[in-house]
Design a binder for this molecule. Sequence first.
Ligand code: DUT
Ligand code: MG
Length: 155
Amino acid sequence: MLDVTVTRLDPDVPLPSYAHPGDAGADLVTTVDVDLGPGERVLVPTGLAIALPEGYAAFVHPRSGLALRHGLSIVNTPGTIDAGYRGEIKVLLVNHDARERISLVRGDRIAQLVVQRVEHVTFVESGVLPGTARGTGGYGSTGGHAATDVHEESS
Ligand SMILES: O=c1ccn([C@H]2C[C@H](O)[C@@H](COP(=O)(O)OP(=O)(O)OP(=O)(O)O)O2)c(=O)[nH]1
Ligand SMILES: [Mg+2]
């Protein structure tokens, strides 16, 4: 287990916690009441700041239950918390429901934080890339999707 130092900017918020031992994400709460109309977004404070070790990052993911029941998600999902960031973790919530408002109150769990190792690489330029079975195929090249009349922009 990795120790990550946490500062509570709001003394009453709980530390991030895993609901079950094998969970990937530790839940984050909102420190403010939120009322979001359909399609609206708002940046929500969590009352927490963390110090990740070099070589790690944390990712702010939506909670699937709130997404299913209310259409609540995160605009920039997953949000990236850099190892060097010492500011408050904030969550850019969005209401994807077409009709209903979403009301949250201080202390509601709104997102989950996944801490992961990340690689730093050296980008080495080359005019030719090594070949693969996939090659340049992407964006549905393997099929399995409904036929549509989507047209690709020609560049
Ligand atoms: O959901 C998020 C995403 C980011 N951040 C904080 C931590 C992160 O380290 C910093 C910068 O995030 P990012 O690099 O995604 O944003 P940017 O638009 O590239 O800003 P910057 O120019 O500061 O890097 O903002 C959050 O608190 N919550
Ligand atoms: Mg950035």
